[in-house]
Design a protein around this ligand. Structure first.
Ligand code: P1T
Length: 379
């Protein structure tokens, strides 16, 4: 099955009791048993829920995995991965990553004895240099949030295999439409489902997809034990969103290309970060491992003045100033004060995240209108 067909059909069967073509919202906490242990595969909705099962199967199919696991938020899914580890274990993570992930690693799990090293994964020698016998997980986001760096997943997988550790990839910015990390050798894919998979800015959710049965069993144990699972109504909304994932992503990519081109030529714009630009430092890797370049773009203004950035951030009419990304409507954000405020300023600056950086989540509106909006805000 090709991607668009899978987006519509994979994991979803007509409801066995009525034939309903759309998976019902099984709004129930528990399931009646005929005798102790005599049930239809469902006992309690923290552990299993039919609406969630359909979504988990759909996500596994879209990522070419065998098992999908949904969580209440993207952060809860990364939290579950960290719970695979034990005190003394080390994680080598990319240094450009979502601020909430950095916060979870440094403010929660360091306190439980895990050790995190943040390195620039643009050069894989930095990863090799950070590895010790205690390294149990390599954690990558690609494209990274918010600098849109592209990391060579197959190269990382070779390092992880040599070390005998897990490779986890946050595939939120790409979505399975643009890239499938399991096919490139990753062990775990993570998604903030909140973003492109949900696609309509009406759900907060996370997911993991894996191939390995034993790893899936351990993660399902953590999912059930820690209990950060999503409700059936949210699972239904994401099942509905998935049916147009391929159509939305096509338009996100087309609009992304138009806006990256517009910004690159604008006299007031300094740097444009979008992996589809031939001048992007990781463009070759992006071409090799992605099927398109997506709708996330960051940029800075000439002169690097905060008041200029603030004026742009406050002047758009179609791009709404808000956290999050991946919905049908265009958003713009200021990472330094919003999504990445939990990373200390010196560390942000060291990693190339300027105070004046503006991040766009380009939606699926008409590109001409989006360009006109940015033109008036920059003007
Ligand atoms: O918000 P939540 O569903 O818990 O997902 C966290 C998360 C994980 N990974 C990446 C790459 C993310 O971008 C996010 C959430 N990001 C934003 C809210 C944002 O605006 O960048």
């Amino acid at each position: 099955m090709r991607f668009g067909t899978k987006a519509i059909h994979a994991g979803v069967e007509p409801d066995p009791t009525t034939g309903a073509i759309m998976t019902p919202i099984y709004q129930t906490s528990t399931y009646v048993q005929a005798a102790p242990g005599d049930h239809k595969g469902y006992e309690y909705s923290r552990t299993h829920n039919p609406t969630r099962t359909a979504l988990q199967n759909a996500l596994a199919a879209l990522e070419n995995g065998r098992h999908g696991l949904c969580f209440a938020t993207g952060m809860a899914s990364i939290d579950a991965i960290c719970k695979l580890l034990k005190p003394g274990d080390e994680v080598v993570s990319t240094n450009d990553l979502y601020g909430g992930t950095y916060r979870l690693f440094t403010k929660i799990f360091e306190g439980f004895g895990l050790k995190f090293k943040f390195v620039d994964m643009g050069d894989l020698r930095n990863v090799e240099a950070a590895i010790t016998p205690n390294t149990k997980l390599i954690w990558a986001e690609t494209p990274t949030n918010p600098l849109l760096k592209i990391i060579d997943i197959a190269g990382l997988a070779a390092i992880a295999k040599k070390q005998g550790c897990l490779l986890g990839v946050d595939n939120t910015f790409a979505s399975p439409y643009l890239q499938n990390p399991l096919d490139l050798g990753a062990d775990i894919i993570m998604h903030s489902v909140t973003k492109y998979l949900g696609g309509h800015s009406d759900v907060v959710m996370g997911a993991l997809v894996v191939k390995d049965d034993a790893l899936a069993e351990r993660l399902a144990f953590i999912q059930n034990s820690s209990g950060a699972t999503p409700g059936p109504q949210d699972c239904f909304l994401v099942l509905r969103g998935l049916k147009t994932l391929h159509l939305r992503m096509q338009r996100h990519c087309e609009n992304g290309a138009v806006i990256a081109d517009f910004l690159s030529k604008h006299p007031k714009v300094d740097r444009v970060y979008w992996p589809g630009l031939p001048a992007h430092p990781n463009h070759t890797v992006a071409r090799a491992q992605m099927r398109g370049f997506g709708g996330m773009i960051s940029f800075t203004l000439k002169g690097d003045r905060m008041e200029d950035a603030t004026r742009v951030l406050s002047s758009t009419k179609l791009f709404s100033l808000a956290e999050s990304l991946g919905g049908v409507e265009s958003l713009l954000g200021h990472p330094a004060s919003m999504t990445h405020a939990s990373i200390p300023r010196e560390e942000r600056l060291r990693n190339g995240l300027a105070d004046t950086l503006i991040r766009l989540s380009v939606g699926v509106e008409d590109a001409e209108d989006l360009v006109a909006d940015l033109a008036q805000a920059l003007g």
